[in-house]
Design a protein around this ligand. Structure first.
Ligand SMILES: Cc1cc2nc3c(=O)[nH]c(=O)nc-3n(C[C@H](O)[C@H](O)[C@H](O)COP(=O)(O)O)c2cc1C
Length: 361
């Protein structure tokens, strides 16, 4: 293939090189993968209404996230196990994010310690995605490490009380190779179970993570953490209202990239009701199926203040390491800048609700 031009090109290249077990883990979803597909197609259900005769000579997607200046609203979503894509794992992802001037979220389940990732990304900001362990002492230790490392905030994932069954992983007997560990959760939960019949990740999550998590635990985390606490995985107005009333620092509209509840609402359709319920009390970010600059633009017009990308970053990491992550982010940033110019919206402040209309309205 010639030089990759867009996210789909990076995906094809990555899938042609990755072993099946890894390719399936990265690209797959739960159940029939309906939500996975719907996330992608739902952005097309919003149509753009461009403005004309606006000076867009210097269209500029830069913005600030929780006070940090970034090149665009594109953020690296937290995804587990970058060591399966590239030997430099999350260190390469962080370097790529830095090269693109982008913010990054690091998964609890990274193969690289949080301290090294924050150092590699600097001055780009890093948020830490938190899974809550049954062992609250272990959870507290992870929070303390993330904040001591300089993470800007915690994204507490709330859509994974139990792991959605990803049948590709069950069939492939998904497991981590011997040399990869989970250093953020070490020593007690620093290793995944060995290979054995079914998905080792499903066994790890069942044994280690807390399926009894409630709003009270969120309050406990807000008390415990010295950095801002966000929640990731909200798709409903009532939950968003409750979180905002509790004073969360921000909300991420997400269905985990179609990997949890299959049949769940695509995020492009859930975003408006969350934005409306929050009514400006905190920022709203969104992820799921974002593959083009126009998707980012639609999300921003619907009221998001940042947009996370999961799989596209993994494809870039697989293909060229740090340079591939930067290339994917630059590609999306370039597409976003072009879309802003063509919409007559030279700054992110110009990305307002009137730019989008639902299909059929
Ligand atoms: C391979 C993979 C691993 C993921 N691991 C995590 C994780 O550890 N924690 C988390 O909160 N979300 C995780 N997610 C979900 C992402 O943060 C994000 O919600 C999703 O990937 C966005 O959809 P997209 O891949 O279509 O951009 C993962 C997603 C993928 C594809």
């Amino acid at each position: 293939m010639d030089t990759p031009l867009n996210v789909a090109d990076f995906e094809r290249l990555a899938l042609s090189t990755l072993p099946v077990m890894v390719a399936d883990y990265y690209r797959g979803g739960s159940g029939d993968e309906q939500t996975l597909r719907d996330n992608l197609s739902a952005w097309s259900r919003w149509h753009l209404r461009h403005r004309v005769l606006v000076d867009v000579d210097a269209a500029d997607p830069s913005t600030t996230l929780q006070g940090a200046e970034v090149a665009s609203p594109l953020v690296v979503a937290p995804t587990a196990f970058h060591g399966l894509a590239h030997a430099d794992a999350e260190r390469a992802t962080a370097l790529g994010a830095k090269q693109a001037g982008a913010a990054m979220c690091l998964s609890t389940l990274s193969n690289t310690p949080v301290e090294e990732v924050v150092a590699a990304a600097a001055p780009s900001p890093v948020w830490f995605q938190l899974y809550v362990y049954r062992d609250r002492g272990a959870t507290r230790a992870i929070v303390e490490r993330a904040q001591a490392a300089g993470c800007r905030g915690l994204l507490v994932t709330v859509d994974a009380a139990v792991l959605g069954t990803r049948e590709r992983d069950v069939r492939n007997g998904f497991h981590l190779p011997e040399h990869l560990s989970l250093p953020n959760a070490a020593p007690d939960a620093g290793r995944m179970p060995a290979r054995g019949g079914t998905s080792a990740l499903a066994r790890y999550v069942g044994e280690q993570l807390d399926a009894s998590l409630t709003w009270d635990d969120l309050a406990w985390l807000q008390e415990l953490a010295e950095i801002p606490v966000w929640i990731k995985g909200v798709v409903r107005a009532d939950d968003a209202d409750r979180a905002a009333a509790m004073g969360v620092a921000g909300i991420v509209v997400s269905n985990h990239g179609g990997r949890q509840l299959d049949g769940g609402i695509p995020t492009a359709l859930a975003l408006p009701e969350v934005v409306e319920a929050v009514a400006g009390r905190c920022p709203v970010w969104v992820d799921g199926g974002v593959r083009r600059g126009t998707h980012v633009l639609k999300a921003m017009a619907l009221g998001a203040s940042a947009v996370l990308v999961g799989r596209p970053v993994l494809w870039g990491l697989t293909v060229w390491g740090a340079a591939g992550v930067a290339a994917v982010l630059h590609t999306l940033q370039r597409e976003l800048t072009e879309a802003m110019a063509l919409c007559g919206a030279p700054t992110v402040a110009d990305l307002t609700r009137d730019l989008v209309r639902p299909d059929g309205a």
